[in-house]
Design a protein around this ligand. Structure first.
Ligand SMILES: Nc1ncnc2c1ncn2[C@@H]1O[C@H](COP(=O)(O)OP(=O)(O)OP(=O)(O)O)[C@@H](O)[C@H]1O
Ligand SMILES: [Mg+2]
Length: 387
């Protein structure tokens, strides 16, 4: 398969970013699809809008595109305000390119005609179009396909044409709405890399809507997690994964164990916590909590180690003891499920083979304090602190 390449002097470079200020959308009928959404995207970066179905991703994207009118707040593309504060720029005046889940190509037209369509509407001259179309087709690895009817192309090829069409008019912002959802898993993964490479090499500012955490983490410079119309956290992928802010983000992005705790003592960035079952467990990484707070610790399964034997509490670590209930071998990883007395959920641990414990064994789980993150939420049970 051809890969996307950069051609010299490609003019798709943008010099502006995107800013949303307290953006809101309440549909007729009262659905509050987006609430008080504020974020800033530097030029040349890819923002992933990630969240479950119905959380307001498409609505946000359509407002940026000018296909939907905000009911509150402002949208700035670079130095220009395109919506809000009494301003309104029509979609065709916003300098945007869009790629949708359904490729939205004209099936009866050729590849050339599909890419040229928007340029004609912008009144670009024939010679300029004849030059520009092959240029963008080359960027997406579809050079030489000009005269093919799009109906005869594979899904992946059609999506490349859709990307070429979005790039053709040199947008200052590219918007993607689940563009890979209709492709099979293998193609999806290779297209991810290709879109990311194209975006980076050409310095394109992009907003990429997805409900796939894998897609968001692997492609984005910065990920905005939404739930129920509200921004939950915005951070680079590594930070989002390592330091989720609340229970929703911790649970939506990756696997996580949640432990209800009360904070006993705080010393700089680390805190000593007491589990809901009364056991004093050790140090965790805090985020501005104080002694007496009741909250939740998020802990990734791969950040726990498991061993048999006696507890050996150590400075700067969190330690739990329990009984191994079951373990699952899945090739490169073993999943262990451990019952810790007094905790409602089994604790999940992931480690490399070989298995180090058998069901029924008493096991000790440990994690470094920096890996155990105190969340901002109140404890689930709302119980009073047991300090
Ligand atoms: N035209 C509309 N009129 C009324 N409500 C709408 C309209 N479009 C969307 N909604 C509602 O707004 C909320 C957000 O919808 P939106 O399409 O933005 O979600 P999404 O995050 O893109 O979801 P998905 O992952 O399923 O595409 C939903 O509750 C949806 O039902
Ligand atoms: Mg959507």
């Amino acid at each position: 398969m051809a890969t996307l390449t950069t051609i010299p002097h490609t003019p798709a470079r943008t010099t502006v970013g995107l800013e949303l200020r307290a953006l809101g959308k309440t549909y007729d009928g009262g659905v509050r699809a987006v609430r008080d959404l504020s974020l800033t995207l530097p030029p040349g970066q890819l923002l992933a809008l990630l969240g479950p179905s119905g959380c307001g991703k498409t609505t946000t994207l359509r407002m940026i595109a000018g296909l939907e009118r905000p009911t509150g707040g402002e949208i700035h593309v670079g130095d220009e305000i395109v919506a809000g504060g009494g301003h309104w720029a029509e979609p065709e005046h916003r300098g945007l390119g869009m790629v949708f889940q359904s490729y939205a190509l004209w099936p009866h037209m050729t590849v050339f005609e599909n890419v040229a369509y928007g340029l004609r509407r912008r009144r670009m001259g024939k010679p300029a179009i004849a030059e520009r179309v092959p240029e963008v087709l080359d960027i997406v690895g579809m050079a030489g396909y000009e005269n093919r009817p799009v109906a005869n192309l594979s899904g992946g090829q059609q999506q490349r044409v859709a990307v070429a069409r979005a790039l053709a008019a040199r947008p200052r912002l590219l918007l993607f709405d689940e563009p890979l959802s209709n492709l099979d898993a293998v193609l999806r993964e290779s297209m991810r890399l290709e879109i990311r490479t194209l975006q980076q090499e050409n310095g394109i500012t992009a907003v990429y809507v997805t409900h796939s955490q894998e897609e968001a983490l692997s492609m984005a410079d910065v990920v905005a997690v939404m739930n129920d119309g509200r921004l939950q956290q915005i951070a680079p992928p590594e930070e989002l994964y390592a330091r989720p802010r609340n229970r929703f983000v911790a649970g939506f992005v990756g696997l996580t164990n949640l432990l209800d705790v009360s904070v006993r003592q705080v010393d700089g960035d680390t805190a000593t916590v007491r589990l809901a079952n009364g056991a004093l467990t050790g140090a965790v990484s805090t985020r501005g909590h104080g002694a007496g707070d009741t909250t939740t610790v998020a802990l990734r399964p791969e950040h726990l180690t498991i061993r048999t034997g006696e507890p050996r509490p150590r400075e700067g670590e969190l330690e739990l003891t329990g009984e191994l209930v079951s373990s699952m071998f899945s090739g490169n990883i073993i999943d262990y499920f451990v019952r810790v007395p007094g905790l409602p959920d089994l604790i999940r641990v992931q480690d490399f083979p070989p298995r180090t414990a058998a069901p029924g064994d008493r096991v000790v789980l440990t994690a470094r304090a920096a890996r155990c993150v105190l969340l901002e939420d109140e404890r689930r049970d709302g119980a009073s602190p047991c300090v």
